[in-house]
Design a protein around this ligand. Structure first.
Ligand code: ZN
Length: 76
C-alpha cells in the first residue's frame, strides 16, 4: 500500500492599504496576502502546515514577509 503526499500552497488577498513601500519608497497600494501551505494526502488538503503573511507592493512588485508585530499594527 502506498500513500500520495503533497504540499499545496494557496494565496489569498486579504486587504489593500496605501503605504510607502520599503523597496521603491513610493506611496502606493500595498496588498496584504495570506499564504497557507497545506499537507495533502491523495490531493485532499488535510492540515495547514505553514501560515505566512506577505505584503506586496503594486508599484514595484516587491514582497516582504510580515512579522507578528507588523500584523498587529495593521489591525488598527
Ligand atoms: Zn514598491
Amino acid at each position: 500500500m502506498f500513500f500520495l503526499f503533497g504540499l499545496t500552497t494557496r494565496e489569498h488577498l486579504q486587504s489593500t492599504r496605501s503605504a510607502s513601500c520599503r523597496y521603491c519608497g513610493v506611496f502606493a497600494p500595498q496588498q496584504l496576502i495570506q499564504r497557507r501551505t497545506k499537507l495533502s494526502v491523495f490531493f485532499i488538503p488535510l492540515l495547514t502546515v505553514k501560515k505566512t503573511r506577505l505584503q506586496a507592493c503594486t508599484n514595484c512588485g516587491g514582497t516582504s514577509r510580515l512579522s507578528g508585530m507588523e500584523e498587529r499594527s495593521l489591525a488598527h
